[in-house]
Design a binder for this molecule. Structure first.
Ligand code: ADP
Length: 454
């Protein structure tokens, strides 16, 4: 069993990992930037080491400093959380070389799935359906246009190294294509240092449905059902729920089987998410696999009663999965709203700063994952997500009513948040009806008066 773990992250996920370690009796080492000295995970970990200045390229992204901290503190494993180095194959390899267990899959799996075009090829090999698209990358404008015409407009140009909705552009015709192709490439080059792109058919108003998988070092793989993450703004998830109000039991089973098939085909170890888009006829297509814990993992935890972070730590310790497929039951409905420090009245501009007063909701069926508290100051250097509200109940309706109630209780003074926006969505009849596609938010802001959510 892992004895001491370095948490190579910050914010709510760092705290989430500290909590899992405390329950398993694993000692924790927090690493933090100068901006995060007051962060809750730093205060709650057994030990803490400052690894550099606020900017993440000098701290949370500095693999050598993190490895040095791991060696000084003599940890036997590193949990990367999500974001930062979580999908960095070089970092995972460095951990492997230093004999420090990286809590996640092998560096090879990270490398293969980290390239979204290669991931598509692996899905094809495993006989998992993919969206019609280019074979591999398309590296010049002329060839790209030929491929786009062959696929048929509209198409979407996607960065192979993409993530967080960056390096992705839609084109509805050949004229727009040239511009979109080049801006996807340059955005990808800037964001990921890799301008390679591939092309897919653009699906109109699909639903984003993903399957949570767990694999152990003995070759066992199970899935824990789906999460519906169709409510997105600029390709970034805002609200996630399980089970999906859209797919049938038959599709659910097929998607689960396909996700397991893909993970098994690469002997996947750890927690991972196989992402699909579904069309209005219920067909589904693989889009990518995330080789880490997801922000929205808590939804699956509340629906199945399985602690995913603990499972990650047990798998990394060489244990067999604690569950077989037949033990996984969907016990209830759960929904998550991400709370971001941003101002819906100013086009969702980030809103860092001091929190004068903080009171989070509670009561039956409510879970809050957050690292903030009264008097905490949100640094401007990182992602704007400051909390996740998860509510659950026997039915979707109960979970939604609870979410409405919980969001209404939330008190965060000093900064603006997107809470009113999420609450307006929770109350919206189209969302309530389970009809939201990935186009929902774009249409919602056009349809609904701004003062309803600012
Ligand atoms: P990222 O890795 O940046 O999150 P994904 O490939 O996971 O990118 O896609 C993010 C979102 O972009 C999807 O959930 C969906 O809303 C949209 N998207 C991606 N591919 C397509 C497509 N082929 N057609 C329509 N929408 C798409």
């Amino acid at each position: 069993m892992i004895k001491k773990l370095l948490i190579a992250n910050r914010g709510e996920i760092a705290l989430r990992i500290v909590r899992a370690c405390n329950e398993l009796g694993i000692k924790t080492l927090a690493v933090y930037s100068e901006a995060d000295e007051q962060s809750l995970h730093v205060q709650l970990a057994d030990e803490a080491i400052c690894i550099g200045p606020a900017a993440s390229q000098f701290s949370y992204l500095k693999a050598d400093r993190i490895i040095a901290a791991a060696e000084i503190a003599d940890v036997d494993a590193i949990h990367p959380g999500y974001g930062f180095l979580a999908e960095n194959a070089d970092f995972a390899e460095q951990c492997e070389t230093c004999n420090i267990k990286f809590v996640g899959p092998s560096s090879d799996a990270i490398l293969n799935f980290g390239d979204k075009s290669r991931a598509r090829e692996m899905a094809v090999k495993a006989k998992v359906p993919v969206i019609p698209g280019s074979e591999g990358t398309v590296d010049n404008e002329k060839d790209a246009l030929t491929v786009a015409k062959k696929i048929g407009f509209p198409v979407i140009v996607k960065a192979v190294a993409g993530g967080g909705g960056k390096g992705m552009r839609t084109a509805h015709n050949a004229v727009a294509f040239k511009k979109e192709y080049n801006s996807a490439r340059s955005e990808a080059e800037k964001a990921f240092g890799n301008g390679s792109v591939y092309i897919e058919k653009f699906l109109e108003g699909p639903r984003h449905i993903e399957i949570q998988v767990l694999g152990d070092s003995k070759g066992n793989v199970i899935h824990l059902g789906e999460r519906d993450c169709s409510v997105q703004r600029r390709h970034q998830k805002l609200i996630e729920e399980a089970p999906s109000p859209f797919i049938t039991d038959e599709t659910r089973k097929k998607m689960g089987r396909d996700a397991v098939k893909l993970a098994k085909s690469v002997k996947y170890e750890g927690a991972g998410t196989v992402e699909f888009l579904t069309d209005s006829d219920g067909n589904y297509y693989f889009i990518e696999m995330n080789t880490r814990i997801q922000v929205e993992h808590g939804v699956t935890e509340e629906v199945t009663g399985i602690d995913l972070v603990k499972e990650q730590l047990l798998i990394a310790s060489g244990r067999k999965l604690s569950y077989e497929q037949k033990d996984v039951k969907i016990l209830r409905h759960a929904i998550e709203c991400r709370v971001n420090a941003e101002d819906p009245g100013r086009n969702f501009a980030p809103c860092p700063g001091g929190i004068d007063l903080y009171y989070s909701p509670g009561g039956h069926g409510v879970r809050i994952d957050s690292h903030v508290y009264s008097g905490y100051s949100i640094p401007p250097h990182y992602d704007s997500m400051i909390a996740k509200v998860i509510t659950f109940g026997r039915t979707r309706e109960l979970a939604l009513d609870r979410m409405d109630r919980a969001l209404g209780e939330y008190l965060i003074r000093g900064i603006k948040t997107n809470i009113p926006f999420s609450r307006a969505i929770i109350r919206d009849p189209i969302f309530r009806d389970g009809k939201a596609t990935t186009k929902f938010v774009e249409e919602f802001v056009k349809r609904v008066p701004k003062d309803l959510y600012t």
